[in-house]
Design a binder for this molecule. Structure first.
Ligand code: IMP
Length: 446
């Protein structure tokens, strides 16, 4: 990834001189990525950083994401609309997103009831999720369990890759939509029959349902690639809001128990049309412990009372599906791996307050594997890796976190400060932000 710098062009040395002024300021394109299995609290940090950002863009995933943002006494739950909408910032939905039009309109309505009218542009190149994708997601889940959100994410990405997808530019044009549905719906019916699904729509009935919805979406569809690149060229601050987490990335995660998109920082480029050199920084978001929803390997999972206690204290229930999240200890090799594949320059450590008052806390520092002890996490062997823990002293939480956060890092309980330094040393990445509660005021910047 590039770095924040000035580029000096020597006068007369190239034709670019004639076009551009002598100095170009390359400013931050910042990617925010979950360092674990999602639900780390990205929404809160994106919201925090959005205050002085110019725009926020979603680059992958769809309405499977659940971003909770708390402002004052209001709680917003967003799935598709970027969290920056709450600050009234310019928001974009990139081509890498699979777009559920009904969910979008519902979310828009909910925000409007709270007096928020998002300024949002949707890429004409993103792929649209239809009911048949959701039916296929449910059917596939009944045959082999990944624990998906059943939002149609996997089948929509499968259609995209196999060139059967319907893009937004087709969706908002009646003639093109009908033509594409005529080609695709029958194929879907045939596939769904194999699962004994009751799906019974026809191209005509799908068109009838969605053409009205498409008319409501059309005003939001704009060519966003030029806009985003121009903003970055002009030195504006653009936040790329990742959804899910690095260990759910279709390439780097615990395949096949993953989502179907590139949730790591590389996805920010392919999902928006912004080239890698314009991304200046990637910030990882990690919980002080770890959670996972759905199936799949989870080396540090805690079974029994301690796990239940953390789940209750951390309100670890899915924002999108309400499912109880599986809970585990902080896995340092896993977050180190995330840092490697994403290029984290810094990390925000979330929900540190949840572990306060629990006595000793465990942290995984390496694994026992068939090759002996290893410090490296690998998605290829995560299923059989046995965690080796170190125990650290805990701490008692202060009664008023808002006040403690205001006073700064040095006024926090000693055990918590030592825990943060310890984790930082284990993962080899600066912990620049610490979150000790859901509100904006319960955030410390180091
Ligand atoms: P899908 O993205 O709905 O296909 O689900 C695939 C896997 O990713 C399942 O294990 C889901 O529980 C998980 N998943 C999807 N979205 C999120 C999220 O926003 N947070 C945490 N897990 C997620």
């Amino acid at each position: 990834m590039g770095s924040f710098r000035f580029v000096k062009f020597t006068k007369g040395s190239s034709t670019i001189d004639n076009i551009l002024s002598s100095r170009i300021l390359i400013m931050p394109g910042i990617v925010i990525v979950g360092a674990q299995f999602g639900d780390e609290g990205k929404g809160k940090i994106v919201d925090y950083l959005s205050q002085d950002a110019d725009s926020i863009v979603r680059y992958q995933g769809g309405a499977n994401a659940g971003h909770t943002v708390v402002t004052g006494n209001k709680k917003f739950k967003l799935h598709l609309i970027p969290s920056g909408a709450i600050w009234g910032k310019k928001c974009y939905i990139g081509n890498g997103v699979v777009f559920d039009p009904e969910e979008f309109l519902e979310e828009l309505d909910t925000l409007k009831k709270d007096g928020i009218t998002p300024n949002i542009s949707i890429s004409p190149l993103c792929h649209v999720i239809f009911d048949f994708h959701k039916a296929m997601d449910a059917a596939e889940e009944s045959a082999r369990k990944v624990g998906t959100t059943k939002k149609g994410i996997g089948p929509a990405y499968a259609d995209k890759i196999s060139r059967h997808g319907i893009r937004m530019c087709d969706f908002i044009d009646d003639e093109r939509l009908m033509k594409r549905l005529a080609m695709e719906v029958e194929r879907k019916r045939e596939s769904l029959k194999l699962y004994n699904s009751e799906y019974n729509d026809t191209a005509d009935s799908v068109f009838k349902k969605y053409s009205g919805i498409a008319k409501k979406i059309k005003p939001f569809v704009h060519h966003i690639i030029g806009d985003l690149n121009t903003q970055l060229d002009e030195g504006k601050k653009v936040i790329f809001e990742g959804a899910q987490g690095s260990l759910l990335d279709v390439d780097f995660g615990t395949y096949p128990y993953v989502t179907s998109s590139s949730s790591c920082s590389g996805g920010a480029c392919t999902g928006t049309g912004v080239p890698p050199m314009k991304i200046t920084k990637c910030i990882g978001i990690a919980k002080a412990y770890c959670t996972r929803v759905g199936e799949g390997p989870f080396p540090t999972e805690i079974h029994g009372k301690t796990g239940e206690l953390i789940r209750e204290r951390g309100a670890e229930y899915g924002t999108t599906t309400g499912r109880p999240r599986r809970v585990g200890w902080f896995d340092a090799p896993m977050v180190r791996y995330s840092s490697l594949v994403n290029g984290f320059k810094e990390i925000a450590l979330m929900k540190a307050d949840v572990l306060g008052g629990m006595g000793k806390i465990k942290v995984c520092i390496e694994y026992e594997t068939s090759e002996g002890k290893v410090k490296r996490f690998s998605s290829a062997t995560a299923e059989t890796a046995k965690p080796i823990y170190e125990e650290v002293e805990g701490w008692e939480n202060p009664g008023d976190w808002k006040n403690a956060a205001k006073k700064g890092f040095q006024s926090l309980p000693r055990g918590l400060r030592e825990f943060v330094d310890y984790i930082e040393a284990l993962i080899g990445c600066k912990i620049s932000m610490l979150s000790v509660g859901p509100s904006r005021e319960e955030t410390l910047v180091r």
